[in-house]
Design a protein around this ligand. Sequence first.
Ligand code: SAM
Length: 292
Amino acid sequence: THKDIATPSRTKEIMEKYGFSVKKSLGQNFIVDPNILSNIVAASDIDKNTNVIEVGPGIGALTEHLARASKEVIAFEIDNRLLPVLADTLSPYDNVSIVHSDVLKVNLQQALPEMIDLDEPLVVVANLPYYITTPIIMHFLETPVRIDGLTIMMQKEVAERITAAPGSKAYGSLSIAIQYHMKAEIAFIVPKTVFIPQPNVDSAIIKLTRRATPSVTVKNEKSFFSLVRSAFVQRRKTLWNNLLIRYGKEDSTREKLIKALEVAGIDPKRRGETLSLEEFARLSDAIDEIVL
Ligand code: SAM
C-alpha cells in the first residue's frame, strides 16, 4: 500500500515539488482528508467490476482511492499543469487513464469505448469544480451512454436544490430535471476544513442512482421539461401567470389553458414550486393535447 496523497503535509509537499499553485477559476480545492475519501468511495458502491469516470482528478487524491476500489478509472482533467503531477502521484496504479480535456467538450459515447467496455457497470465519482456543477451533471444525464449512478461532491446549497421536495424553497426545475431520471439523496455533509485551500461554502456528497424507468410517465419529454422550466421562470408568480408568459395571452390560449388545468386537476392560482412531478406530468400531457 502507498502513502495517501490526501493529507495536508503530502499535498503541500507535492504542490511544492511541482511549483503548483491552485487556480480559483478552475474550482481547485483539493481534499486533504483520507477519511472523507473512504466515505465517498463507500457511498459510491463500487467494486472491482465497476468502471469509474472521475472529473477533475487534481493531484490524484480521490483518484487513487477509486483506483484501489474499482476496475478502471477514466479521469478528465482540464489543467495541463496537473498532467506531470498525476503521472507521478498515480504511477503505482495501472488501472487509471488521465484524459486531458474539458469534460464538457468530450463526446462520451465516442471516447469511452476506446477505454472501457460500456456493458460493464459504469459510475461517475467526483469532487466537482463548483462553478460548473450543473452543466457537468446534465452532460452525464444527457449522454446516450448508460451511467448507473453518480456520487458527487458539490456546494451544499446546490445539493439541497437537487434533492428538494415539492413545496420547499429549494425545489425547482433542477430538482425535477434530475429526479426525473435519478433517485437523489444527500449522502453526507462535508466541512470546509478538509480542503486546501478552504472554499467559502459548505459542501455535500450527493448520490444519484438511475431509475429503471423515469419517475413519471409523460407523452412528450420535451414539452414536459419546457413546461417545468416555464413554471419557475418567475418564482413569485402563480402558475397561471407563468403559463401565460410561456404559451401566450390570447383569449383562445387562455381558454385552452383553463381546460388543460381542469383536466389535470390543478388550481391555476398555485405556484410552480408546489407541484409534484406527477402533477407536472399530468399538466404536461393535458397541455400537449389541448394547447399545443
Ligand atoms: N479530485 C481532486 C480532489 O478531490 O482533491 C480535485 C477536485 S477540484 C474541486 C476540481 C478539479 O476539476 C480541478 O483539478 C480542476 O482543474 C478540474 N476541472 C475544472 N474544470 C474542469 C473541466 N471543465 N473539465 C475537467 N476538469 C475540470
